[in-house]
Design a protein around this ligand. Sequence first.
Ligand code: NAD
Length: 264
Amino acid sequence: MGLLNNKNAFIFGIANERSIAWGITQALHREGAQIGLSYAGAALEKRVMPLADKIGCKFVEECDVTRDENITQVVEKTKQAFGGIDILVHSIAFAGREELTGPFYNTTREGFKNALDISVYSFIALAKCFQPILNHGASLICMTYYGSVKVAPHYNVMGVAKAALEASTRYLAYDFGPSKIRVNAISAGPIRTLAAAGVGGFRDMYKHFADMSPMRENITIDDVGNAAVFLASDLSTRITGETLYVDSGFNIVGVQIKPDENAE
Ligand code: NAD
């Protein structure tokens, strides 16, 4: 008996087998959810289809979240295929490579708009468009990062986008609360994915994280998937508007000292 039996999940943001969305997909599938998947554009189709096959998922739709008509079409097709949706996962972000290195003040107006449109507004747009087909007790989940609350060098405009995404999560949670629909964010530690590769200095940050986090280890897409199962399931029925850290405890540390210097 899975934790998500009889629930329908729609997941946005698979690019390949390293994607956090793929970790979430596998975990939700393992717990019995029916899965629908969406990917950004034709170039990703050949990577996403074999993954969908692995879990027997037949409902895979292309959707560029910057295009309202794409979102509307996906909602219409989802309605025909599933009726209602219980779990909506937004695992999408984008910023131009040039915005993710050097000083934050070099952020361009266009780069700012683009990053916030794709990484933040799209979550609001999906929530609004899916609203008519969200079942009672549905759970909406997005992906964020600690660069929203503290400076992570080079993360720049994405840090601002993640702060806006977390605030949007709270505002959406307030709007959807009376319908008993919950909205939460998962703040994941660094994971080597396509999106992460675009962040300047990611490799060093990744290594530093394993040395400095209380648990002294990096996290995996499976860890995020398991946290998503909790937020998607009835086990978290009264939890909404929260940011759940899946980061080996990294965010609780105020002063970072190399572990060997810390030894008694
Ligand atoms: P990823 O590259 O695998 O996923 C990012 C996804 O965003 C891709 O599937 C991409 O196609 C999609 N996307 C970009 N523009 C889009 C558009 N216009 N329309 C639709 N989809 C679009 O990388 P990931 O690390 O799995 O990222 C998933 C989420 O997790 C992002 O929100 C990211 O910020 C967040 N996150 C990542 C890390 C990390 O270290 N990798 C840590 C914390 C949070």
